[in-house]
Design a protein around this ligand. Structure first.
Ligand code: RIB
Length: 326
């Protein structure tokens, strides 16, 4: 009798353990990304051309890009459960991009197809120092609309974090932020490319992650080093943003909120191409935060991820997987 009871209890325990384990595995960090999807046409060159000048470059590469897509891919590769809300054309570039996102395990059900406008394209020149110059033909990204956001409303409401950038219309960014806020989803904004933001949107942000140029546009402070970054961060905090992380390229990243000021130095690596370094940073940062890491630890993880990305060519081609940073 006792043995039977022991066997029964052991079986129950094992069952419960498997249930907990399974739940843990499916309880992945939910992140919704609203943003752009581009195809990047990249040329490596010694230097950037001057206005009116033609120069002969080196290697050419065509790769999936777009700030939104890059950040969503970074979330997926860091182990996050990501829904990407975007708009692409009904064309070859759109098809290729969506295929790639599926391979990365992203939920692509909310990527709208635009019959009238081609998918976004970015022309990128990368110089020998790994710095880039980018021109984007927004195409379908510019036609992302409130209806597209409504279609994905439940996904935004269920998410832990909503991550956005500024390569899609501002009114759509603001609309999605409102939905997120109403349901307790935290809003993270990577304000790239640089644009002014409404006072109303700033108040809704859990976290903003500008680089030097974006910080200057948003605060009027020319950010050369840590002290400038601190002053710029203070201005953003005074406008109602809860947390600020200013990325300072080779220097590192500054974290500031009401109770914390921390400088996280960057990792020294050989720079090949900085494209998507910021996107990798943002994707990794959101996953780390959604996993419950503190801001400082999350920025450490994001810094490690973006350090790997800059040692490789291309946008999505350069974004690392979780095991690489661990
Ligand atoms: O942040 C890098 C990205 O900016 C590129 O992939 C390009 O498509 C542009 O959106």
């Amino acid at each position: 009798m006792f043995l039977l009871l022991q066997k029964y209890l052991r079986k129950r325990l094992r069952k419960n353990y498997i249930f907990i384990l399974k739940n843990k595995m499916t309880d992945r960090r939910k992140i919704a990304v609203v943003g752009s999807s581009n195809t990047d046409l990249v040329v490596k060159a010694e230097r950037m051309p001057e206005p009116g000048e033609t120069i002969l470059g080196g290697a050419f590469m065509m790769t999936a890009g777009g700030k939104g897509a890059n950040q969503a891919v970074a979330v997926a590769r860091m182990g996050g459960d990501v829904t990407f809300i975007a708009r692409v054309g009904n064309d070859m570039f759109g098809n290729q991009s969506v295929e790639g996102y599926k391979k990365d395990g992203m939920d692509t059900s909310y990527i709208a197809r635009d019959a009238q406008t081609p998918s976004g394209v970015a022309l990128i020149c990368v110089d020998k120092k790994g710095e880039n110059s980018i021109v984007v033909a927004s195409g379908a990204n510019n036609r992302l609309c409130k209806n597209d956001i409504d279609a994905a409303k439940t996904k935004i409401e269920e998410a832990d974090y909503l991550l956005m950038q500024l390569e899609v219309p501002m009114e759509v960014v603001e609309y999605a932020a409102n939905i997120a806020l109403a349901s307790g989803t935290k809003v993270v904004l990577n304000p790239a490319p640089a644009a002014t933001l409404s006072a109303d949107l700033l108040k809704k942000l859990y976290l903003i992650t500008p680089n030097r140029t974006e910080s200057q546009l948003l605060t009027g402070i020319a950010v050369a080093g840590w002290e400038d970054a601190e002053r710029a961060a203070d201005i953003l905090l005074s406008k109602g943003v809860e947390n600020v992380v200013i990325t300072l390229g080779a220097l590192g990243a500054l974290i500031k909120n009401k109770s914390l000021t921390e400088r996280v130095p960057s990792k020294k690596v050989e720079v090949v191409d900085t494209t998507a370094a910021g996107d990798t940073f943002n994707g990794a940062l959101c996953v780390a935060l959604a996993e419950g890491k503190g801001l400082a630890d999350a920025v450490q993880m994001a810094t490690a991820a973006s350090a790997i990305a800059i040692t490789r060519m291309g946008a999505q081609a350069s974004i690392p997987y979780r095991k690489e940073i661990e």
